[in-house]
Design a binder for this molecule. Structure first.
Ligand code: NAP
Length: 475
């Protein structure tokens, strides 16, 4: 596949040429993508600005019909889009098809939400006044996305922006640009007016992102990625007080209380921890288990984890694909070695290897884990479950909250009153109670503390693309 830039409804080659996109399972080239520049980003922003009045001026129902058509086309091409995700990102094909359905669900959800951008009337403070509040599209929006969900992170941003009436310039991750190219093709096939969706793939993120941040025409930037880059964007946005949504890193705790149903806790832990080979921002990164069920939990977790096969995402029965690249693999290996040096023991797994240019790591469970280990402090982004013993619920809550991150958290208990207290005590934007799979288009997704600003999904997800206007009318 040969990707090009998509600007103002036209496909263009980039002045800097193209770069190679590789399969992380084999390091083979799966296609090329256009290497967009700052100038081309500017051109895309201008195209979006030209399209803005027309797009914002359409009725919500008209915008919704385009979103529904994109949703339909995505589901019609689910296999093809799933294959592309597996090819350029590595996750198992079944999981990739699941991502396509999840990605498409944002189009459907926000097609409906477009129609519910209600205003208000306010009782006035004088008989000869009327007061009303309306919401209007914020304007041209820049979107920057990561590699771990090449389709879903795109639609979680683009769908609410388009629904609200905002044209978009998207910069996808360098590792996975081809899924975004396919998405642009679908927008074209759906008949989206020219300039409403523009795509700038490229290797120079600082240039493309820098233009999105510096250009005054861009009123809003929505970013998903590392906390480190999120901080750079906040600094860059200060000059224009750029409106920013940030979905950043996580370090999710999983807390298993002694009245949990062990089977549910193991199932939820496996789902949260090992999906996408541990490369999701909501992956459980550290597991705390009350001491009287610690041994039982670790033993059952071991049995389930040993059923997970590692390999090329297209192979039948594979549950974990490769890690995205060598750097990702090295981080995982460093976390495991540090834990072992400080006294952790391997329950299962613990082996990583390179094969035909792909970097793989066995799903791993560690026990005798302590808080001084790096893995209990930093996001690992890999298939390692470190399990630490805690003496009671309070210690578990304290350790869970003792982190600069606050994206997702999980806990397991069958007690309603205990559960409500724990759910309220966890300082996280997302809490899975007996649930390792909380993400859904209709629910607000986002983090507390250094995990970000704003929410995607839910009825909240359209708000960042709207401005509020209060109109005071003298009669
Ligand atoms: P990343 O390095 O921050 O990259 C994310 C995006 O930002 C990519 O498109 C990247 O481009 C771009 N970028 C890099 N430097 C930039 C700069 N100076 N200015 C503007 N854009 C820049 O993160 P990643 O490694 O792709 O993704 C993993 C991280 O994302 C993890 O921390 C994970 O927790 C987080 N994440 C969060 C969520 C959430 O919803 N909270 C969801 C998924 C992932 P290049 O690819 O070209 O470098």
């Amino acid at each position: 596949m040969e990707g090009r830039l998509f600007i103002d409804g036209k496909w263009e080659t980039a002045s800097n040429g193209a770069f190679s996109v590789r399969n992380p399972s084999s390091n083979e080239e799966v296609g090329t993508a256009a290497d967009g520049s700052r100038e081309e980003t500017r051109k895309a922003i201008e195209a979006a600005e030209s399209a803005r009045p027309g797009w914002a001026g359409r009725t919500a129902a008209e915008r919704a019909s385009f979103l529904k058509e994109i949703h339909r086309l995505m589901m019609e091409k689910q296999e093809e889009l799933g294959e592309l995700i597996t090819l350029e990102m590595g996750k198992p094909f079944q999981e990739a098809k699941g991502e396509v359905a999840y990605a498409a669900s944002f189009l459907e959800w926000f097609a409906e939400e477009a129609k519910r951008v209600y205003g208000e009337t306010i009782p006035a403070n004088s008989p000869d006044k009327r007061m009303m509040v309306i919401h209007q599209p914020v304007g041209v929006s820049g979107a920057i996305t990561p590699w771990n969900f090449p389709q879903a992170m795109v639609t979680r941003k683009v769908a609410p922006a388009l629904a609200a009436g905002c044209p978009v310039v998207l910069k996808p991750a360098e590792d996975t640009p081809l899924s975004a190219v396919k998405f642009a093709e679908i927008c074209e096939e759906a008949g989206l007016p020219k300039g409403v969706f523009n795509l700038i793939t490229g290797q120079n993120a600082a240039d493309i992102g820098g233009e999105l941040m510096a250009n005054k025409t861009v009123r809003k930037v929505t970013f998903t990625g590392s906390t480190e880059v999120g901080k750079i964007l906040m600094e860059q946005g200060a000059d224009h007080i750029k409106k920013l949504s940030l979905e950043l890193g996580g370090h999710a705790p999983i807390l298993v209380l002694d009245d949990a149903e062990v089977e549910k806790a193991v199932d939820g832990t496996v789902a949260s921890k090992f999906r996408n080979a541990g490369q999701t921002c909501v992956c459980g990164n550290r597991v705390y288990v009350e001491e009287n069920i610690y041994d039982t939990f670790v033993e059952r977790l071991k049995e389930e984890v040993e059923k997970l096969a590692v390999g090329d995402g297209f192979k039948e029965g594979v549950a974990l694909g490769p890690l995205i690249n060598k750097e990702g693999w090295e981080k995982v290996d460093r976390h495991v070695k540090d834990a072992l040096d400080k006294g952790a023991e391997i329950v299962t797994g613990g082996r990583g290897w390179e094969e035909n240019g792909g970097y793989f790591y066995e799903p791993t469970v560690l026990k005798n884990v302590t808080s001084d280990m790096v893995i209990m402090e930093e996001e690992t982004f890999g298939p390692i479950a470190p399990v630490q013993k805690v003496s009671d619920e309070n210690e578990g809550i304290h350790l869970s909250n003792n982190s600069p991150y606050g994206l997702a958290s999980y806990f397991f208990t069958e007690s309603m009153s205990r559960g409500m207290k724990v759910a309220e005590a966890l300082e996280y934007g997302i809490v899975g109670w007996n649930d390792g799979r909380p993400s859904a288009a209709q629910a607000p997704f986002g983090g507390w503390k250094q995990s970000g600003i704003g929410r995607e999904g839910g009825h909240q997800g359209i708000e960042p693309f709207l401005e509020t206007k209060y109109i005071s009318i003298g009669l």
